[in-house]
Write a protein that binds this ligand. Structure first.
Ligand SMILES: CC(=O)SCCNC(=O)CCNC(=O)[C@H](O)C(C)(C)COP(=O)(O)OP(=O)(O)OC[C@H]1O[C@@H](n2cnc3c(N)ncnc32)[C@H](O)[C@@H]1OP(=O)(O)O
Length: 212
């Protein structure tokens, strides 16, 4: 099973970055699935749409969730839940340049991209992306299906609940709690807790409206 080939679900920009990371780790990539026939990951075969996976025995492959972006966190969660229910396993991806403390707890299907730093005591939930050059300081607790976008800085003890998007280049001060399904706009400085489902942005970050 450990040497099983990898199938990437999705053929967009995030999937392309993941493919590069997998190559650096000498993983065998069987291909990617995407409904869009024009989707392209250079050097990786398009296998068809997600229905291709119906022909595959779950124990014979590993999956990687290649869905990224800001508005598609729900799709990303649905893909993970759907294929987990069918018995598939999502591998963790950790770029070789990542600095990560020994005691960090990573759940299934986490993706830690190039240049990230994760300090002691952190926990990362399943299907979460810690994107390029993110810094998570000590004791941050990040739940499932979260996207922390490139260049964000989380100070110590920050808690992020499920399905939150942290916009690129944001800073969250220590011990902040972000409620589920919130959206933090790019470049925000978050100095207060954020209630579930809120959209906040700016310096300091202020509420715009509910995300749902
Ligand atoms: C590898 C990757 O690429 S990962 C992707 C990383 N990308 C991100 O993290 C992007 C995050 N997205 C944002 O920050 C977006 O701007 C959003 C989601 C906050 C936009 O929210 P919307 O409600 O659609 O805002 P909208 O675009 O209509 O703008 C409304 C107003 O807010 C302002 N605004 C929008 N975003 C921000 C922001 N991040 N900071 C400050 N002001 C903002 C706009 O300038 C506009 O102001 P105006 O009314 O004076 O003209």
């Amino acid at each position: 099973m450990n040497n099983a080939p990898v199938i990437i679900i999705g053929g967009g920009g995030h999937a392309k970055v993941l493919a590069d990371c997998l190559r650096l780790q000498s993983c065998r990539i069987m291909g990617f699935t995407d409904w869009d026939e024009t989707a392209l990951i250079p050097g990786v075969k398009r296998l068809g749409d997600d229905s291709f996976l119906q022909q595959v025995e779950p124990s014979q492959v590993h999956l990687v969730n290649g869905i990224g972006s800001v508005r598609s966190l729900e799709l990303r969660k649905n893909i993970f839940d759907r294929f987990k229910a069918l018995g598939f396993h999502f591998i963790n991806i950790i770029h070789p340049s990542v600095l990560i403390a020994n005691d960090v707890d990573l759940a299934e299907g986490t993706q830690i991209m190039a240049g990230a730093i994760i300090q002691p005591g952190c926990q990362i939930g399943c299907n979460t992306i810690v994107n390029t050059k993110v810094s998570l300081d000590h004791d941050c607790r990040i739940s499932a299906h979260v996207h922390i976008s490139p260049g964000s800085t989380l100070c110590g003890g920050v808690i992020i609940d499920e399905s939150v998007h942290i916009g690129a280049g944001s800073t969250l001060i220590q011990n902040i709690h972000i409620g589920a399904q919130s959206l933090i706009g790019a470049g925000s400085v978050v100095i207060k807790d954020v209630s579930p489902g809120q959209k906040v942005f700016g310096v300091p970050a202020k509420v715009k409206e509910a995300t749902q």
